[in-house]
Design a protein around this ligand. Structure first.
Ligand SMILES: Nc1ncnc2c1ncn2[C@@H]1O[C@H](COP(=O)(O)O)[C@@H](OP(=O)(O)O)[C@H]1O
Ligand SMILES: [Mg+2]
Ligand SMILES: [Mg+2]
Ligand SMILES: [Mg+2]
Length: 394
């Protein structure tokens, strides 16, 4: 059993766990007892690697924003994609490949375009090969640097899994809210692990959100923010709650549990939605908000920073109603946020009240739209969504 190939990744996992649980203990005896008598919490190793990988990828995205001309290139779907998206995806997959080489990965980007563009490829390689966590133990835990430029392209393309309903599947959005990123607004580096289509681990790096969990959402949230006081890492493990911590450039900062705000009066709720009118139906959402008695205007922000923000009670409700009936939401746009909100005391469904189904491929083909709200009021919000959308069809 010890020598079977399937045991190898597990062995690596165990040694990773050993390295971190023992990093601060000095006696060998203590180390032995720690590892033999304490059961590791569920998905502890996956969580730690995911958090550090997102943290490292976030450094790269910040470097792209601050140091580089933003290098926007056109993708087939005409969404802006930057060297940051490719670079962050390469760094995250490198860490996953090092620890969990058997796991499938569904990631947003692919390397095809880089293979044909030597300049772009080199620019990304320069960034990727020079981005490290500033804590050597943490950097080593992620497996250190990528070997060479071709390995980088292969790693990016490891994210081409078709997804599905069985086994371990990671999903990555290296930069979610690319348009927000380009504007200097909100964006998120997103990573989730699904096991048999159930999201078990979710991590969101939000470099432009305030660190302070108590900071309420406002209309100008994160717009052209300086780095001072900003950068949050949200995490959740199924059944173990959700946390936030400062996003750092090295080892993980101390975590705090987060929870959604208890709201008994929906008229006092803060609701958030996409900046982009093409991504969710602003007019329908305004009507729903009004019917709920909400008088404050919506807070518009890009990316899964919306999920993280309501999970820590900085806002309360996130509505994403379809603009076009044919659009299928992508699993990487929702997996981490869905778990983080539910672990913080929320409920997340589509406009029909169905939980998001991450087991049918790269898209949420079985769902339309998203409604995320505190569990106690989710039904009420859903009811109003149905009223408004029903009236439109009638
Ligand atoms: N017509 C559409 N409806 C809904 N979402 C869309 C869309 N077109 C693109 N998107 C997705 O919306 C995401 C951004 O969400 P938000 O509007 O909440 O910031 C994009 O992620 P990327 O920025 O990673 O490409 C993209 O996947
Ligand atoms: Mg995109
Ligand atoms: Mg996205
Ligand atoms: Mg993206």
């Amino acid at each position: 059993v010890l020598l079977s190939p399937s045991f190898l990744p597990r062995l690596r996992q165990l040694s990773a766990h050993f390295l971190t649980t023992t990093a601060s203990s000095s006696s060998l005896f203590l180390r032995r007892t720690t590892t033999s008598t304490m059961a590791a919490p569920a998905y502890a190793s996956e969580l730690q690697i995911a958090q550090l990988a997102v943290q490292r990828a976030s450094i790269l995205t910040k470097r792209v924003f601050h140091e580089k001309a933003k290098g926007t290139v056109d993708k087939n779907d005409k969404s802006p994609v930057t060297i940051g998206d490719f670079g962050a995806q390469a760094l995250i997959i490198a860490a996953l490949q090092h620890h969990f080489p058997e796991d499938a990965i569904v990631a947003e980007e692919e390397a095809a375009q880089l293979r044909e563009d030597a300049n772009l490829k080199q620019t990304i390689w320069d960034l990727v090969s020079s981005t490290k966590l500033d804590d050597p133990a943490a950097e080593e835990l992620l497996g250190g640097p990528i070997k060479d430029i071709d390995s980088m392209l292969e790693l990016i393309d490891r994210g081409n899994s078709l997804g599905g309903s069985s086994g371990r599947i990671w999903t990555i959005d290296p930069i979610d809210g690319t348009k927000g990123f380009l504007r200097g607004g909100q964006y998120a580096v997103c990573l989730g692990l699904m096991v048999d289509a159930d999201v078990k681990v979710g991590v969101l790096g939000c470099p432009n959100l305030p660190i302070d969990d108590a900071a309420r959402l406002t209309a100008d949230i994160g717009a052209n923010a300086t780095d001072e006081g900003r950068g949050v890492l949200f995490s959740a493990v199924q059944g173990h709650g959700a946390t936030s911590r400062a996003l750092t450039a090295g080892a993980l900062a101390a975590e705090k549990p987060i929870a959604m705000r208890a709201i008994d009066d929906l008229s006092k709720a803060t609701f958030c939605e996409s900046v982009e009118a093409g991504h969710s139906a602003h007019d329908d959402q305004a009507l729903i908000s009004k019917k709920l008695g909400i008088t404050e205007p919506s807070v518009r922000m890009d990316s899964q920073a919306k999920y993280g923000s309501i999970a820590r009670g900085a806002g309360d409700i996130y509505l994403r109603l379809p603009v076009k009936a044919t659009y299928q939401e992508k699993i990487w746009d929702h997996a981490a946020g869905d778990l983080i909100v539910r672990e913080a005391g929320g409920q997340v469904t589509d406009i029909h009240g169905k939980r998001l189904d991450f087991g049918v491929g790269r898209t949420l083909a079985n769902n339309k739209g998203v409604i995320a709200a505190p569990a106690a009021v989710h039904d009420k919000v859903l009811q109003v969504v149905k009223e408004v959308l029903g009236a439109k069809q009638a």
